[in-house]
Design a protein around this ligand. Structure first.
Ligand code: SF4
Ligand code: SF4
Length: 476
């Protein structure tokens, strides 16, 4: 029996969609993106390689005999190469989030959804999963035929191979993700000896199946219905933002024609209405209808259309990065780029640089020692031998460097103030120790009431490494 042609299959799809038009909810039409090659596809793959090398490789890097990148939630310590962050360093996380948000505003204002199109994990994993799909099931026409065809051993074999490969990538992704929160080398042995803890097992499976579901099954639906960024991006766009644009005056009226046909005679624009730009689109939209919120800015339609333009012998760029102003006013590339440096972009850039410089300076000047002082609430002030008044404190000394250090404790702020407990302690690398400190004063030299005092914790042999913490001394 003759196999139905692609056109017949697509007609059947259209008829099915007409039949479901009365539904209150849109029925998902499965998208079969066509593979595309070109300059932007190369950039997208470069980003896939870069982000995945960093992600999959980063967890295995070692530094000073420990994992270089480890977010140890159980111990409440984050290790990033030579730096150890404690809960008290939350300010750096805040700075990182501010930098990320400002970068997103800046890049979106300049060139639209760059993040979505090239670096978002949803895009990156979908790209990887689509590549696997293409390797196993073939390109768009073969995949459509396979899905429309009846069940056969070949079809079952191909589907099993595809889902097996997807699951392997997804579970490896889940394993790597958990490996950033629990030492990955130990986790590797636990996985092979089937002795992972309940939380580790849960998160490996959860993150793995989220990857499998999002990149394998849901794909463009995540961008269209789940991602909030698509909804508020328009607030960051303006008429000078670079977006993927179809050059309508050049392309219309669209229509099929032979290569080398006289367009003036045919009264046609450059668009040959081949539909390649729609077939390569991972969200299945037609960019010729204008900017749509479903467009993730991946530029696959630019590469696809450029290939068609090359075949037809027309100039590239019927679909290209451009701006609303450039399209309306016919600006050339230099004029368009010049307008990219508008006040909004300059303000975002200035604030971003300020935050980056301030964050870097604060990190550079960061003292690898933290001290928390807590007054003993059980005994506010008591009289001890010799009639002196004693206050008791608990000092938590955190050595955030990786070398063990010896610290000396002292206090000042009142006449006759003296320590009545050991004044030195040793703290291991990236460790903390709590120590009870007793301070005494002669009541004859100090009036009753609350007095401000200051503790100083100094690393022995490194006089510039010290921390001062304020507290109060109570005399009754
Ligand atoms: S790929 Fe280019 S020529 Fe083909 S339909 Fe799209 S815009 Fe027209
Ligand atoms: S319209 Fe073009 S840029 Fe937008 S999602 Fe589709 S292929 Fe990517």
């Amino acid at each position: 029996m003759a196999r139905p042609s692609l056109r017949v299959l697509e007609k059947e799809d259209q008829n099915k969609n007409l039949a479901t038009e009365q539904s209150l909810y849109e029925v998902r039409k499965k998208i079969y993106p066509r593979a595309v090659h070109g300059w932007f596809a190369a950039w997208r793959w470069a980003l896939v390689w870069f982000t995945q090398l960093v992600f999959y490789g980063g967890a295995w890097l070692q530094w000073n005999g420990r994992q270089a990148l480890l977010f140890d939630i159980a111990q409440r310590k984050f290790y990033i190469f030579g730096l150890v962050f404690w809960p008290q360093d939350i300010i750096y996380l805040t700075v990182l989030l501010v930098i990320s948000a400002l970068s997103l505003f800046l890049f979106t204002a300049v060139a639209g959804r760059l993040w979505c199109g090239y670096a978002c994990p949803q895009t990156v994993y979908t790209e990887i999963f689509m590549w696997v799909e293409k390797m196993i099931e073939g390109d768009r026409p073969q995949r459509i035929r396979l899905d429309r065809g009846g069940l056969s051993p070949r079809k079952l074999g191909l589907k099993a191979a595809k889902h097996g490969a997807w699951l392997a990538i997804a579970l490896w992704t889940g394993f790597t993700f958990v490996g950033y929160f629990t030492p990955i080398r130990g986790l590797w042995h636990d996985v092979w000896s089937a002795s992972t803890g309940p939380w580790e097992t849960f998160w490996i499976l959860f993150y793995g199946f989220a990857t499998y579901g999002n990149a394998g099954w849901m794909r463009e639906q995540v961008c269209k219905y789940m991602c909030p960024y698509a909804r508020f991006q328009s607030a960051m766009f303006d008429p000078d933002t670079l977006i993927i644009t179809y050059d309508e005056p050049r392309g219309e009226p669209r229509g099929a024609r032979a290569r080398g046909a006289n367009l003036e005679q045919l009264k046609l624009g450059d668009c040959v209405d081949c539909g390649i730009c729609v077939q390569v689109c991972p969200t299945g939209i037609d960019i010729r209808k204008g900017l749509q919120y479903e467009c993730i800015g991946c530029a696959a339609c630019i590469d696809g259309c450029n290939q068609v333009m090359d075949k037809m012998g027309y100039a590239r760029g019927l679909i290209r990065y451009s701006t609303e102003h450039a399209m309306q006013q016919g600006l050339d590339r230099a004029q368009t780029l010049k307008r990219a440096f508008r006040p909004r972009v300059l303000v975002y850039s200035a604030i971003l640089w300020l935050v980056v410089i301030a964050g870097a300076a604060s990190l550079w000047l960061r003292v690898p020692l933290k001290v928390d002082v807590i007054r003993d609430r059980a005994a506010i002030a008591r009289e001890v031998e010799g009639g002196r008044i004693e206050n008791v404190y608990r000092l938590q000394v955190m050595n955030t460097s990786e070398e063990p250090r010896r610290f000396a404790i002292s206090a000042e702020g009142l006449p006759t103030l003296a320590l009545a407990s050991p004044a030195e302690l040793e703290v291991g690398g990236a460790a903390s120790r709590e120590v009870t400190v007793r301070l005494r004063v002669d009541p004859a030299a100090v009036a009753p009431g609350k007095h401000r005092i200051e503790f100083e914790v100094r690393a022995l042999g490194e006089h510039e490494l010290k921390v001062e913490e304020k507290s109060v001394f109570i005399v009754r």
